[in-house]
Structures are given as structure tokens and as C-alpha cells.
Design a protein around this ligand. Structure first.
Ligand SMILES: [Zn+2]
Length: 461
């Protein structure tokens, strides 16, 4: 079936903003972008005051973590949790979820989160999940989303904190998960042009040995699968890498040969300007998630990332899975950091979330609206009061827009959302099932005395 979309405006980072165009979708491709509405027999979506842009590439997502930690990891003070939030709350709770939820429940949580991603404008999602969370793949396929699954690998099975916030590293694991990930790749990865990709997500430089990282690097090179890793994301990690290897996380990655095009480095909050230059020189990309870090009182150096000219994408991490909200938070943070209103313009932010993110995963065709490009698209309805008057639709969307005004979303030419309705799932049922599974994790953690006291108190309310 041919679909013709006739918006008021079209924008992509390659061609800029233009009006009066019709986009013809055939199969999974954009067949044409034309000034005259084609007369062929087609399904038509014509919406005045609408903006058509490439789908958002969400470059760092933890679908499972978002609903799992929602409401429990907010407004955390010293009295609630003395240690680092990642190591003393998020990772242990993730362990508990992995222990007690069955496959169906894990799938339900993933599907609920992916639904949130979809409604937040993500058409491509690079997600890092634990090996027990593999039902993610089937649920994402069912919804029709484009996913780059990068399951976690660990050399140390877990890392906890002492009550005074010191990291406790467990002995090396007998199984890093490498074999399991290889099997998942063999079973599910659809290759460089596929909608479902599976690759590697070694957790970090503090939790993965050089041997494991070299093994992963060789497999990525041989198989051409995705690779992402958390790097320079916390002071704890920096301290461990310095102590063990006498270097910094970014330099360590370079020395291991992992900095190259296609590698996505999550966060890099503690990277120096010199290290950003190293990342740039090697063609790797950074996935930045300012909203998640701001919640813990940490300012991601987003303005420095922009100024460095590095390949930069944006991800929702594991808080709200809404790319419009994420981009606004990132833009505001960058303006505050730089003390300049002109930085992080709407166009720059949308570019990071579309073409730049697409290039980071070596799929530039996902980031443009042009004949031959893959039809991953978002149509925003800018007719509402909050956008008036629309002088510049990009600024209207970034400054005051909400994802709820997403009218249609396409992946591979297929509408997953249309007329603001999700077409690929029964939302009420998905939310009910996913919510119940999360509740069971929290209740179990509390009942077993495994929640820090300050956090357990929140469940009692
Ligand atoms: Zn992460």
C-alpha cells in the first residue's frame, strides 16, 4: 500500500525546513518527496499545521529500568541513600527483578516501557538490558519498533556499596554472558539493515575486564553488530579504572581498540576536552541523557559536547521515556552551562536526535526525509493553542511541544500510531500487566528487607 503524507512543513537535518511537499511512502522506503500531490491510489494523511520529521533515534534507553525505578529514585537525599544511586539502589533492585519475575512478566514490563517510548517519539531504540530481560526482543518486534538491543555483560556479577558509600566489587564471574549474547545475536540479529538488531552492551570499564572487552571488540568487528558501553559516567568508575589500569575510561577504551565508528559511549560526563577530542578522532559517538543525570544532581556537560563537534545523540536512559521532554531538558541545560541562548537551538537538538543519532549507529538513512531513505517518521500536530503562532515549527516543538501531540509515527513505512491512537497494542491491558509486575518487585524487595531504609519508607505511603 502506498501512503502519502501531506504535512505543512517537512524538516530533516540534511535538507532543512521546507513547506508544500508531499512524502510518498512505498513499502519501508520513502519513494518520493514531491511538490504536486500524486494522483495515484493511496492511503492519505493530510494535516494542516503539522510537522513531519525523521523518527527519533533514542541512543540510550533502559526500558526496564524506567518503570522499575520510577518514583523510588526521585528526590533522593543523603538520609535516604548514602551511597551512589547506581550501585546501591538501581543495580541491586535490577538483580531482584531478574530473580523473581518470570518471562511473561518481564515481557509485560518491557512492552509497557516500549509503549511509553513509542508515544514519546522513539522509532529507533538502543536499549541495554540484562540477560534475563531477553523477552524485550519479542515484545519490541510485536510492536514494530526498531531496536538495537545491547544486553549487558559483566566480568563481576554485581557491585554493591558499603553503608558509607564505598564500592564492593565481587569476585570475577564464571560466566560473563558472552556465550549467551552470541546465541541471542545468532537467534535475533537481522543484520546491518534489519529492524531488530542485537549486539553487545558491556556494562562499563569498572565492571568488565580488558580480556572480556577485547573479546567483545573482536566479535563486533567480525559480526558487524552494535556496541555500546557506559563510559566516564561516575566518580566511582573513574577511581576504579585509575587504580586498576592507571588511566581514564576513555583512554582505556582507546587502548583496547573499542573507539571506532559504530561504538556508542553512554554519558561521558567526566570526559575531559582532550578525551572528547580522542572520541571524535576515532569516530565513536556519545549518547547523552541529561534528564536522568539532572535528577541525581549531576549536570551532563552537554554544551561542551555540542561545542566539541563530536557525533552526539540523545537518549532517555531510564527515567521518562519521552524524547521531546529529554531534548528540551538537554537544550535548557546546555544554554545554562554555556551562558548563551544561541547554543542548543531547536534545529541542533532535533539534529542530534535524528541524523546524528542515526549516524552513530551507522544508519544515516534513518535520519533523512528523501527518496530512498527508510520511512521512519514522526508527524506532529502543531495546531494546538500551545504552539500559536507558529513562526518556526522546530522552535515551537522544542520550546513548548509535548509528545502527546504526536499524530502519527511510522517505522519501516508502517504506522504504529495514527490519529494519536496506538495501533499495535491494547494500551490499557499492557499498562495493567506491566504495572502489576513492577509492584511485585518492589513488594518483594521490601518484604525481604533488601531496600535501603529511606527508600522502603516510600513504599509504605
Ligand atoms: Zn545506561
Amino acid at each position: 500500500m502506498t501512503i502519502v503524507v501531506s504535512p505543512r512543513w517537512i524538516w530533516d537535518a540534511a535538507g532543512g525546513l521546507r513547506g508544500g511537499q508531499h512524502v510518498v511512502i512505498e513499502g519501508n522506503r520513502i519513494a518520493d518527496v514531491v511538490a504536486e500531490a500524486p494522483t495515484l491510489d493511496a492511503d492519505r494523511i493530510a494535516l494542516p499545521d503539522s510537522l513531519l520529521i525523521p523518527g527519533f533515534v533514542n541512543l540510550h534507553n533502559h526500558a526496564f529500568s524506567a518503570p522499575l525505578f520510577r518514583g523510588l529514585a526521585d528526590d533522593i537525599g543523603e538520609a535516604d541513600l548514602p551511597g551512589d544511586v547506581v550501585y546501591s539502589l538501581l543495580m541491586p533492585l535490577g538483580d531482584i527483578a531478574a530473580e523473581i519475575l518470570d518471562e511473561e512478566e518481564i515481557g509485560d514490563v518491557a512492552e509497557m516501557a516500549l509503549l511509553e517510548n513509542l508515544k514519546g517519539g522513539s522509532t529507533t531504540i538502543m536499549d541495554i538490558w540484562r540477560l534475563q530481560q531477553a523477552p524485550f526482543v519479542g515484545r519490541a518486534k510485536r510492536l514494530g519498533l526498531r531496536t538495537y538491543s545491547c544486553p549487558y555483560l559483566f566480568s563481576t556479577p554485581k557491585m554493591d556499596m558499603t553503608p558509607d558509600g564505598k564500592p564492593v566489587t565481587a569476585p570475577l564471574a564464571a560466566d560473563t554472558g558472552f556465550g549467551t549474547v552470541m546465541a541471542l545475536i545468532a537467534a535475533h540479529d537481522e543484520g546491518p539493515r534489519g529492524r531488530t538488531r542485537v549486539g553487545f552492551g558491556p556494562h562499563g570499564l569498572d565492571t568488565c575486564t580488558p580480556d572480556l572487552l577485547r573479546q567483545i571488540g573482536a566479535a563486533v568487528e567480525k559480526l558487524g553488530v552494535p556496541l555500546t558501553i557506559h563510559a566516564a559516567q561516575s566518580a566511582v568508575e573513574l577511581g576504579i579504572v585509575q587504580e586498576r589500569y592507571g588511566t581514564s575510561p576513555i583512554r582505556h577504551l582507546r587502548d583496547l581498540g573499542l573507539l571506532r565508528p559504530g561504538t556508542v559511549l553512554a554519558h561521558c560526563v567526566f570526559a575531559t576536552d582532550e578525551e572528547l577530542a580522542i572520541v571524535k578522532e576515532h569516530g565513536a559517538a556519545i549518547a547523552s541523557c541529561p534528564y536522568a543525570f539532572a535528577r541525581s544532581g549531576v549536570a551532563v556537560p552537554f554544551a561542551r559536547f555540542l561545542d566539541s563537534g563530536i557525533r552526539l545523540g540523545v537518549g532517555t536512559d531510564g527515567v521518562g521515556l519521552d524524547m521531546v521532554a529529554e531534548l528540551r531538558a538537554a537544550a535548557l541545560l546546555a544554554k545554562v552551562q554555556a551562558g548563551r541562548a544561541g547554543i542548543a537551538s531547536a534545529e541542533a537538538m532535533l539534529g542530534a536526535a535524528t541524523l546524528s543519532g542515526a549516524e552513530a549507529i551507522l544508519r544515516p538513512d534513518l535520519g533523512v526525509i528523501a527518496p530512498g531513505a527508510t520511512a521512519d517518521l514522526l508527524l506532529f500536530d502543531l495546531s494546538g493553542a500551545r504552539y500559536q503562532p507558529v513562526w518556526n515549527p522546530l522552535q515551537a516543538l522544542l520550546t513548548n511541544g509535548v509528545a502527546a501531540d504526536l499524530h502519527s509515527l511510522f517505522v519501516d513505512g508502517v504506522p504504529l500510531l495514527r490519529d494519536r491512537q496506538v495501533l499495535v497494542a491494547d494500551e490499557v491491558s499492557v499498562v495493567r500487566r506491566g504495572g502489576a509486575a513492577i509492584r511485585r518487585v518492589w513488594d518483594h524487595a521490601r518484604d525481604m528487607g533488601r531496600l535501603p531504609a529511606g527508600i522502603a519508607a516510600r513504599l509504605a505511603q
